[in-house]
Write a protein that binds this ligand. Structure first.
Ligand SMILES: [Zn+2]
Length: 164
């Protein structure tokens, strides 16, 4: 019942931009509108990430707070009946998430997790801005690792001198 209500609320508040109100679609449409290009549910990667940005060597998971056990989140409440079942179920989901992210990291992918609660209307804009900031940072640091590695210490030295 609670789930249905949430769906309906999502539907109402998304009128401005997104016609489809699923959280991962919200993120996709936002990124697309800023010129990011991505692949969806790239099944060859562990965990089948929701969004794959190859150019950024980054995958994005949009996680439901309940199913993925968002720590300290008010949307993550273990049901009062079948408590042990749910605890184990969510625990296994979390362990799988960690395992998959480790695999992705070992393959050289950056992993970004966005929680559904971070896409609620009051905080959505802030979350999406932070996402773009993170992607820019990843892109720049990847590039600087490739091209400007040997100049790094020189830059630091100049900066320190000029501040004196
Ligand atoms: Zn949450």
């Amino acid at each position: 019942m609670d789930k249905l209500n949430k769906e309906q609320r999502h539907r109402c508040m998304s009128a401005i931009r997104a016609k489809d109100t699923k959280p991962e679609l919200l993120v996709r449409k936002f990124l697309f509108s800023l010129g990011f290009r991505y692949r969806l549910n790239y099944s060859r990667l562990p965990g089948h990430p929701d969004i794959v940005l190859r150019k950024y060597r980054t995958v994005i998971f949009v996680n439901g707070c309940f199913w993925h056990g968002h720590n300290g989140c008010k949307y993550f409440v273990i049901p009062k009946s079948n408590t042990e079942f749910w605890k184990n179920k969510i625990k296994r989901n979390k362990e799988r998430d960690v395992r998959e992210q480790k695999e992705l990291a070992a393959m050289g992918w950056h992993c970004i997790t966005i929680w559904e609660c971070q896409l609620k209307p009051a905080v959505r804009e802030q979350t999406l801005r932070a996402l773009v900031y993170t992607l820019d940072h990843i892109f720049l640091s990847d590039r600087s690792l490739k091209h400007y590695d040997c100049q790094e210490s020189e830059h630091l030295f100049v900066a320190e001198n000029s501040s004196e």
